[in-house]
Write a protein that binds this ligand. Structure first.
Ligand code: UDP
Ligand code: MG
Length: 314
């Protein structure tokens, strides 16, 4: 292990259009970390922000070059890719992720570190008093339920990004070369002694969530199809049951024709059955497409993001 990789703590923060939040974040985060009495670094990834975020990060780097590192992406690659880029560069033995919008209070970091010190290799935060919209909260409960049914990942709150990881888990995540991934779930599946702690949750300090309805759906697809083949397997079973049912129906119709004679009125029933089966097939093709697309991305192994500039003191 190189000397560079032996500091105790790395904080990883993705930043996308957070100019209104960064000054408060800096003012609250640095004192918490300075008070810990351990060496640390903070890695901010500017994920192609269109506002003044990068200027603020530059100024912060100039003010605290001893502990600040900035990865500047050329464009927007998404929260998880921003975190991955930082994971590939961390020097800390313990790594903590948090959001830049102060929904995860920096004052809660010592709680996670205490759990890590107790010997866990992964500590997930769950939000004690979730301050999100009604819709977000319930959609997330539903996804939690689906995830519990389809994967072996146990997590009270997969949406909370305030989490701590051991270096071993982070190295394994980086080695996995994951592309569309849901980092908390991947970390869980690679950890051997996970734990959870309740953390406070605040309303977004300023600005609006960067997640549209569409990107939330995408993210949850990543969560379900990225960690299990269950959707494919359930679908195959369902399709199997459908074809068995249709086979029985064909026998019944054939016998009926022989015994009772040809029918006319049944035409639309047949259409109904046909349309149903066609739609089942379409869903199946879409589902297979999800996995094929994912396989394609991994096989293609194209550079996943482009770093325009790194601000760091060697
Ligand atoms: N973020 C990012 N790239 C994106 C979207 C979000 O780096 O494309 C960052 C954002 O700056 C914040 C974190 O990811 O630090 C969580 O984003 P947001 O608060 O919009 O999500 P929510 O809290 O609504 O889930
Ligand atoms: Mg947020």
């Amino acid at each position: 292990m190189s000397i560079a990789s032996s500091i105790p703590l790395s904080i990883v923060i993705p930043v996308y259009n957070e100019a209104l939040n960064l000054p408060t974040l800096f003012a609250r985060l640095y004192p918490v970390l300075d008070a810990l009495g351990r060496r640390y670094e903070i890695i901010f990834t500017n994920d192609g922000s269109a506002d003044r975020s990068i200027e603020l990060l530059r100024a912060q780097y100039a003010a605290r070059p001893d502990v600040t590192r900035v990865i500047d992406f050329n464009s927007n690659y998404g929260q998880h890719m921003a975190i991955m880029a930082a994971f590939e560069r961390v020097r800390g033995e313990v790594i903590v992720t948090l959001d830049a919008d102060l929904q995860n209070p920096p004052e809660e970091i010592p709680k996670l570190l205490a759990k890590m010190d107790a010997g866990h290799d992964y500590v997930g935060g769950y939000r004690l008093n979730r301050q999100d919209s009604w819709f977000r909260t319930y959609a997330s409960k539903l996804i939690n339920f689906v995830r519990e049914q389809t994967t072996s990942i146990e997590m009270t709150d997969q949406g909370c990004m305030l989490r701590a990881y051991s270096r071993g888990v982070i190295d394994a995540i980086v080695r996995s070369g994951a592309i569309n991934t849901f980092i908390p779930a991947l970390a869980y599946s690679l950890s051997s002694n996970p734990a959870e702690v309740g953390v406070k949750h605040e309303e977004r300090h300023a600005g609006v969530s960067n997640y549209s309805f569409y990107s939330l759906i995408r993210l949850n697809f990543d969560l379900i199809t990225g960690f299990s083949l269950a959707p494919l397997q359930y679908f195959t079973m369902f399709a199997g049951a459908c074809s068995a049912g249709s086979f029985v129906l064909v026998i019944v119709l054939a016998l009926r024709r022989l015994i009772v004679g040809p029918e006319e009125g049944g035409l639309f029933t047949l259409f109904g059955i046909l349309f149903f089966l066609v739609s089942v097939t379409m869903v199946g093709i879409g589902l297979i497409g999800e996995y094929v697309g994912r396989t394609y991305q991994v096989v293609r192994a194209r550079q996943r993001y482009h770093v325009k500039e790194m601000l760091e003191t060697k």
